[in-house]
Ligand binder design. Structure first.
Ligand SMILES: Nc1ncnc2c1ncn2[C@@H]1O[C@H](COP(=O)(O)OP(=O)(O)OP(=O)(O)O)[C@@H](O)[C@H]1O
Length: 278
């Protein structure tokens, strides 16, 4: 990506020790139809977990459970040590300051400018205008779109809109980012520019993240690259190595059928998994 001024590492809230996300025996269904069945997994702080699985298997539902938008029928979900599955809306609101969410298709407000889309949460929190401008500019600089402040989403390309969605997710400097298919519907080249930003969030800002993707190639690009901050671009890790803080989860028919490293995923002899990754 084109070079931009290096961004100073912003101050980040220090979460308590322990996993960023912990699911323990979590189940949920809708209208009597089970969707997730006794799911347990952990996301350690600073790690990235990539969530794979066929369409309709419950990946978005899992993400919504993680930030309390949905409540499980049974089981426990803890985020930074707080039990989101038992929290009231008011408490969730406080915890969500530390969670950035990139929704499917970006989900920007069409009638608002880029500045107001990115600064929306800050406006809700009654942050003073000048500070919003500063923070929005900073978040847009990270995604190299600081020149688009006054545009509306319809004036941007699909890839640019997705970059705005990432800026919006990280404007409050969250310790955890949840990405729901950040490259969905984009062409392969634009997808790679988006994945580069996700890698930047992982390696430069050290955010924990959980990312859904339908594109296996994105998953492997994330595992095989690191962000070079000096050169402001992503680069391949030395041959034969992968990012050891990036690992995989795979859902199938309501169950977690894989929870492990890139190496174990690639070498799995489970017929469903090997078919999926081929
Ligand atoms: N709020 C809801 N009310 C009723 N059913 C729901 C609700 N949210 C999700 N579902 C159902 O749960 C199932 C899983 O949906 P989900 O969107 O999580 O799948 P997904 O794995 O993210 O799919 P995709 O890969 O296509 O995005 C689907 O059958 C969906 O219709």
């Amino acid at each position: 990506m084109a070079s931009a001024a290096p961004v100073a590492e912003p101050q980040q809230w220090q979460p308590p020790a322990g996993p960023a996300i912990l699911f323990e025996d979590v189940s949920i269904g809708f209208e009597g139809k089970p969707v997730l069945d006794r799911i347990s997994f952990k996301l350690e702080q600073g790690d990235t977990r990539i969530l794979l699985g066929p369409a309709g298997v419950g990946k978005s539902v899992l993400l919504k459970l993680a930030n309390g938008l949905l409540k499980p029928d049974s089981g426990r979900i803890t985020v930074f040590g707080e039990e989101v599955s038992a929290m009231r809306e008011q408490e969730l609101f406080r915890l969500r300051h530390h969670i950035g969410m990139v929704f499917q298709e970006g989900a920007l407000f069409d009638s608002l400018t880029v500045r107001d889309n990115v600064g929306y949460q800050l406006m809700e929190e009654h942050v003073p205008d000048e500070e919003i401008d500063e923070r929005v500019k900073e978040a847009l600089r990270v995604v190299e779109l600081e020149h688009t402040m006054e545009k509306v989403p319809s004036e941007l390309s699909g890839g640019m809109r997705r970059r705005v969605a990432i800026a919006r997710a990280v404007v409050s400097n969250p310790a955890l980012v949840l990405y729901d298919s950040p490259t969905g519907g984009l062409d392969p080249i634009t997808s790679t520019t988006i994945i580069e930003l996700v890698v930047k969030q992982r390696d430069v800002f050290r955010r924990s993240s959980l990312m859904i993707t339908h594109r296996l190639q994105d998953a492997f690009v994330m595992a095989m690259n690191r962000y070079n901050e000096k050169e402001n671009r992503m680069e391949l890790l030395p041959e034969g190595t992968v990012d050891d803080r990036t690992s995989f989860l795979m859902l199938n028919e309501g169950k977690l059928v894989f929870d492990g490293s890139t190496h174990d995923l690639v070498h799995s002899d489970d017929p469903f998994i090997s078919r999926y990754i081929r």
